[in-house]
Write a protein that binds this ligand. Structure first.
Ligand code: EPU
Length: 433
């Protein structure tokens, strides 16, 4: 016997995309607000008691999970269209439970924000996931350097601080700077006493946007977008308004959709300087990419050329676009080599692509892709967000029908993917069982 809520969740979990591939996509796709920016901004809003307004948010499962988590802490939120209004005045809870944190690793951002707001936090340890072990040692090291006492008990991180004090922190791990650790330390440091200098900070666009948002709340952060962030602690922050920038990973995904179907797409509302590494590789593959007043046009026809790619932190080629470009390279005759420089184990999609006729072999963090003439449709399963997007792209180019199950992974980070693709000529339907 299921309750109404359980039935709803079960439905979403059982949703599939049924794709009849082989149709070149033509038309325009409008890009939505960036998931990985909206998440830290939403958490940053709890650093004051005032209301903040975040516009251009996308309707995404991850953002809904974050809002539910903040609700548990006493934060009131309201979404009207694509505008999120956050009222954190009642935020006095300090415990982020396992059931909410396990859904989404970005939940760990509440650790830094709660330390900044209440001086204490108890947050479920997020654990690993299908893209890798995903440790949070750098987050914890950074917060400890600011003066937090941290212990791990029964799967929870328990942190408290009488006061946080600015210091110098190196945030780079073996795979380069950490986006999440940079966010967490920024959130704790903005209200710390004195100056915090983060060296080897993440340079991803969402860090620059977070710094802009915090500065408009009254923080004093310099150097965002460079590896050295200087944060002058302030006593109080106030509410602010911010518009989320377009999602560069969504834009890259649809650019690749244009190339893999050998189509002609105008990707509207995207920021070219955030997409340079992807554009350069698509050009090397042989796609024609031109800039128009309202977007980037992507056209492709055979023959295309194989390439070698290494994923890296921004401004390098994004790991979040690795599965999608792998699907494309699987359809480009010749040998391409993809090295995963951020998550050495992010290859769970490979066996599914091989079920569609791809010829891909993985050794450690390196995938050797031997392109084939055509992929053939098959039932496949999404196991994570970007891997799932890669399978959809493969299905769009494949002969006959592909059924991608577990699309709830895709719904975490793509707003209405099937509608956007159907609007440009894809034969794709969401089917609920
Ligand atoms: N790392 C450590 N220690 C840490 C933190 C990270 O060793 O304390 C390692 C990671 O294991 C990884 C590397 O550092 O090898 C980079 O991880 P990072 O911390 O930068 O990743 P993240 O903050 O957990 C964000 C995005 C991911 C994206 C990565 C890399 C959000 C909410 N998530 O994760 O996005 O892949 O940066 O760009 O912003 C996605 O959107 O599908 C997604 C997974």
């Amino acid at each position: 016997m299921y309750s109404v809520v359980q039935i709803k969740i079960k439905r979403v979990i059982m949703d599939k995309f049924v794709i009849n591939g082989g149709k070149p996509l033509e038309g325009e796709i409008e890009i939505s607000g960036a998931k990985n920016e909206a998440l830290p901004l939403t958490v940053a809003s709890i650093l004051t008691d005032d209301v903040s307004i975040i516009s251009n948010i996308s309707d995404l499962a991850d953002l809904r999970s974050m809002i539910s988590l903040l609700e548990v802490l006493g934060v009131k939120s309201e979404i009207k269209g694509n505008v999120l209004r956050i009222d954190p005045s009642g935020c006095d809870g300090y415990e982020a439970p396992y059931d909410l944190v396990r859904k989404m690793r970005a939940s760990v951002y509440v650790l830094g924000a709660l330390l900044g707001r209440l001086g204490r936090a108890k947050v479920s340890f997020p654990g690993g996931c299908v893209i890798g072990t995903r440790p949070i040692d750098l987050h914890l090291m950074g917060l400890e350097k600011l003066g937090a006492r941290i212990k791990i008990e029964h799967g929870y991180i328990i942190a408290d601080a009488d006061k946080l004090v600015g210091t110098e922190i190196f945030l780079s791990g073996i795979h380069g700077p950490s986006v999440g650790a940079t966010v967490n330390v920024m959130l704790a440091a903005v209200k710390a006493e004195g100056v915090t200098v983060i060296k080897e900070a993440s340079c991803e666009p969402q860090i620059t946007e977070l710094a802009d948002f915090l500065n408009s709340m009254g923080a004093k952060i310099e150097g965002a977008g460079t590896p050295v962030l200087i944060i002058h602690g302030v006593k109080e922050l106030h509410g602010a308004k911010h518009e989320v920038i377009p999602d560069r990973i969504e834009a890259a995904t649809y650019m690749i959709a244009g190339v893999i179907t050998r189509g002609n797409l105008l990707i509207k509302n995207c920021i070219v300087k955030h997409l340079e590494a992807v554009i350069e590789k698509l050009r090397e593959i042989g796609a024609e990419i031109t800039y128009e007043d309202d977007g980037v046009r992507v056209k492709a026809k055979d023959p295309l050329k194989p390439v070698n790619i290494r994923t890296a932190p921004f401004p390098g080629f994004p790991t979040d676009v690795q599965p999608q470009i792998m699907s494309l390279l699987a359809t480009v005759p010749g040998i391409s080599v993809i090295t995963e420089g951020v998550y050495p184990d992010r290859f769970i999609h490979v066996s599914e692509l091989n079920r569609m006729g791809a010829d891909i072999k993985v050794d450690n963090a390196v995938a050797v892709v031997k392109g084939v003439e055509k992929l053939s449709g098959a039932p496949v399963m999404a196991s994570e967000l970007r891997g799932g997007a890669g399978l959809v792209l493969a299905g769009l180019s494949a002969i006959n029908q592909t059924v991608v199950s577990r699309v709830y992974h895709i719904d975490r980070g793509y707003e209405s993917m099937e509608k956007k693709l159907a609007n440009v000529g894809a034969d794709i339907k969401r089917v609920s069982e």
